[in-house]
Ligand binder design. Sequence first.
Ligand code: ATP
Ligand code: MG
Ligand code: MG
Ligand code: MG
Length: 593
Amino acid sequence: MRLSQMLFVTLRDDPAEAEIPSHKLLVRAGYIRRIGSGIYAYLPLMWRVLQKVSQIVREEMNAAGAQETLLPQLQPSELWKESGRWDTYTKAEGIMFALVDRQERELGLGPTHEEVITSIARDLIRSYRQLPVNLYQIQTKFRDEIRPRFGLMRGREFIMKDAYSFNLDEDCLKKTYQAMDQAYKNIFRRCGLAFRAVEADSGAIGGSASQEFMVLAEAGEDEVLYTDDGKYAANVEKAVSLPLEVEKSPFTTYEKRETPNTNTIEKLCQFLKCSPTVVVKNVLYEVIYDNGITVLVLIHIRGDQDVNEVKLQNELTRLASVYQAKTILALQVPDESAQKKWATKPLPLGYIAPDLSDDYIKSSSDYAPQFLRFVDQTVIDLKDFVTGANETGYHVVGANWGKDFHLSDLKVDFRKAKIGDRAIHDPSQTLKSARGIEVGHIFQLGIKYSKAMGATYTNEQGEEVPLVMGCYGIGVSRLAQSAVEQSYDKDGIIWPVAIAPYQVIVVIPNLKDSEQVTVAEQLYQELNQAGIETLLDDRNERPGVKFKDGDLIGIPYRIVTGRSLKEGKVEVVERSTQKSQEITISEVVETLK
Ligand code: ATP
Ligand code: MG
Ligand code: MG
Ligand code: MG
């Protein structure tokens, strides 16, 4: 490609909207343009990078036996109602863009594709002979993120590779999962990323085991806890969540829109084994925000009892839909004996409470207004459900510190977090923490979707059993930007060679010098013919401008047809090291191959 013919515009200044280096650089270097909040155009250079990444993904997925497909982005609500996710995705969590067509039918714009793929499997997979099978696609996803930011890192429209496997049983699923784990490691390695695989929380997708792939970078929105011996690494979302058994909830008979009453509250108290009087007095404070209702629940906890956090979490989710609330904030208020018990430790609810100094809560009712003020000032668009922790550790189930909240002004250090009972962490090892960018996530889903949607097959014994599923995602557009976040200098981007939009840029310093032009044109052709993707900077610009732009856009090698032509040589500069060599013209192609 000739730069003179390309839509090539670089900016001198950092764009005002960009906070992190990779975002600034991609905008400045003309890779992306912001169209709206979390919505970006991929300009020609970016599109080449995205296709490079996609191709690596494709090769590794195909090698692992997966088949490429393309599923619809418009998804009928019926499917999501079958899986039971329509309400949580369109209302409580609100991540899905929902719309109504001219026939008044509800549709969602695909944030993920479990429902669609499970409906296909339900129709087409009949027998164990067809299994296992793994389907993937590379496609735009839509998510109405709470806080779209950092360019492609958290878009509302972004490119994902998602794969879904259908397996005979748990063993068969584990094998596919292992194969995906390996494929993912190959992909990230080939893309030139420094990454870490960590244990993860399965979140709203559901399922049992799950693992994330984190690109280590300061700008990461996730926090990874790990030990130096390498035996433990987990997302903080997972690391501090306590694995507890889930019992049948006493609230399962509640209708969705039922008006809350004392009875509800009493049940909640019984359920949480806490004192009804205090809870009845304090349980509900409604705060109206411009985006809906926020309900604050104060829960009184006796010092001699622990709260089952998983159950609490579930009930809060339910309460949110009862109140049609966008947000539920739950605050555990320990009574005096509980306070004593916790006196020697940092208080567990620290990360959502304002000031945990000595005059901490005298009684829950004193504390409520203070907490509300805090909510007013600090929590702007918190949509996740937050609960405090019990004595075994702090926790952030369903909430990710630093990503879902702006709580940098709080005095709680997550590095002090303790690991839950059953985590594999060796307590004699100190936990370290690092920031990470989640570029991939693999899940063992099990039968959650196949059971809900009736996707079964006939096994070898002739029984009709649910398909056992796994799902595997890679944020293709996020990955591309992460590569920049890991690799840049003061002059611009330094692309890993494998995903650079072009490998070489040939620069003609002076267009009026016919020898410079001839040699450049010749090299440009030979390089392209040899399969080395090459740009030709034939613009009528000063050499300094050309060198600056070449560095900014991060092309791995720059060839300059300058002074050394006299000796039959050109200058070849490596972008990453800025090392320059003089190479004989006839040897250039061989050297760069
Ligand atoms: P996050 O925790 O960052 O919100 P997620 O856990 O919601 O991500 P998954 O549902 O696991 O994301 O989706 C698979 C992959 O898609 C993620 O690992 C990530 O790389 C990418 N991804 C998710 N949300 C976005 C987004 N808003 N913009 C760009 N990439 C995204
Ligand atoms: Mg998310
Ligand atoms: Mg995540
Ligand atoms: Mg994830």
